[in-house]
Design a protein around this ligand. Sequence first.
Ligand code: GRF
Length: 210
Amino acid sequence: MPSGPHHPTEAARLVVLVSGSGTNLQALLDAAAAPSFGAAIVAVGADRDGIEGLARAERAGIPVFVERVGDHATRDEWDEALAGKIAAYKPDLVVSAGFMKILGRRVLGSFPVVNTHPALLPSFPGAHAVRDALAYGVRVTGCTVHLVDAGVDTGPVIAQEAVAVRDGDDEDTLHERIKTVERRLLVEIVGRMAREGWTVSGRRVRLGRA
Ligand code: GRF
């Protein structure tokens, strides 16, 4: 797994991957408007067309690209095509913000990728984390920002924050409360990775200079 820009001088280049509403992307767009954030979103990619996340990027005047799994004979070919689209923008860091596909080894071997997940990993990995936490009956869940490895939400944890489950919560109310925390945490961590760099040793990620 490539490590990050240890001693960035100019703004770090971010490519953000989305699959849906893109409110985490919007939080990053809003933060990146301030030069002090230390990162610029240079492109937004998606696995599908017609989503609000792409519209948000277009409104911000940021280049977008779409790479559909279904357009390729195999996942590996999709992975390779996606890696090529991302590479064109020369990112220092790729941010998966509600991107709903498992990234392959070509992408993961080419760029550091950070993901936000709406549960306290290793609890409730996968595409239905909020629903699974509710069904299990946990009293506390939350969100996790982690580096992406080849597994499903198994990469080294960078930051987590707890969110209480309330009586009467359904998937939407709980997910929205988690997303409020998620957006703040993702902006904080991505900004620090961009400005301070990071190092990985085993499953431990340290922010700051090597
Ligand atoms: C986020 O909760 C993310 O963790 C999950 O899907 C949601 C995406 O929300 N994978 P948005 O598209 O950023 O609004």
